[in-house]
Write a protein that binds this ligand. Structure first.
Ligand SMILES: [Zn+2]
Length: 54
């Protein structure tokens, strides 16, 4: 089962969620901190490329 990374747009908390691919397409998880579903997916590969700022 793949792990998806999300970021809450309300409290800006980042969290990862393990989901079935089919389930991932159907619904988004709720933020573990504020329970909001206003979350957006974070693409790990994208983050790996942009993390270097030194
Ligand atoms: Zn939140």
């Amino acid at each position: 089962m793949p792990i998806y990374e999300y970021r809450c747009t309300k409290c800006r908390r980042r969290f990862s969620q393990q989901q079935e691919i089919a389930e991932h397409g159907r619904r988004r998880p709720a933020c573990p901190k504020c329970k909001s579903r206003a979350v957006e997916q974070v693409y790990s590969a994208f983050f790996a490329k942009t993390v270097r700022k030194s």
